[in-house]
Design a protein around this ligand. Sequence first.
Ligand SMILES: Nc1ncnc2c1ncn2[C@@H]1O[C@H](COP(=O)(O)OP(=O)(O)O)[C@@H](O)[C@H]1O
Ligand SMILES: [Mg+2]
Length: 358
Amino acid sequence: MRVELENLSKRWGNAVGTDSINLDIHDGEFVVFLGPSGCGKTTTLLMIAGIYKPTEGFIRFDDRIVNHVAPKDRNVGMVFQSYALYPHMTVFQNISYPLKLKKIPKEEMQEQAQRAADMMGIGHLMDRKPAQLSGGQQQRVALGRALVKQPDLLLFDEPLSNLDARLRLTMRGEIKRLQLESGITSIYVTHDQVEAMTMADRIAVMKEGKLQAYSPPDELYDQPRTLFVAGFVGNPPMNFLDVEVDRESGEYHARREGFDITVAADRGAKAAGRGRVTLGIRPEDVTLADEGVPGETYVVEPLGRDDLLDVRIGDASVRVLADPTLGLKIGQAVKLEFSTHKVQFFDSATEQSLLWAD
Ligand SMILES: Nc1ncnc2c1ncn2[C@@H]1O[C@H](COP(=O)(O)OP(=O)(O)O)[C@@H](O)[C@H]1O
Ligand SMILES: [Mg+2]
């Protein structure tokens, strides 16, 4: 099923939940709403589920406007952070509950509930109560319950936030596999950019109720359209430096005090002659080299596979990933090479990428 949001806004008096969101979700697509707490992710999801009424705008399922369709008639499955299981009911009763509401015959109900439970790997736990299950198993029950009614749309609201890091990793993969196998159009809300990057076909980045970007993960990562998106996606985060760009003997230079690098012509040309702009570069696109911008290590954080360095260049600081076998220490003089084809430029005032401008 396709989902389309048109100028979708939700307000409570002066409080803004979402502000004129436009979004189209393809049939079978896995879309992630990503953004910091309070940016309007849950509000949008609850409007799609029919629990919140939009203040303005339209929600379409395929081509049908569903603004006034009751939640129970939308055929949507939901999974929340709190598993919201009925504590006095068994796993079987929890999973089959949506079917019971639909008055499905008992035998059919048993068969469908078992299939959903087997899919989630909890088919052998049907007689347990939620209190007798681990957090991961409880979330699988909640998933089974969302799946059992064969919904046209699955909605997930931070479903893995209560699980420990290791289990989160496992469940992330399982939800993704399940979605691919079932082909059910899915919307997944998270503030965790790693979850978003690993699971999504497309990511909708939100900030203060507004849609900031809507792109596949790699595009979001490589060609962020705004400073906010650039800084929010990626860990360790992108470095930002105020620079001025000019052209000198056919080459584009980005400069600030103690800093002068050449940048690729197609990028430099978009930033040159504008006065101060914001240069962005990811830590993995800065390397230690024999020749380059001189700096001094200020922090050295061993991450295992890499050391994360904080290198001071004048009054600026740049995060760099380095080979741990170099054994770098704090206060060491280093030289940095910047990947000239990887630099981003943003308008410092509007925070829009200059690389996307015509
Ligand atoms: N029932 C409500 N009444 C007033 N403001 C609300 C209500 N629900 C959410 N909000 C506000 O709307 C904004 C978005 O909230 P929410 O969608 O829950 O954010 P997120 O899920 O991204 O953390 C927040 O500023 C929040 O305070
Ligand atoms: Mg929320």
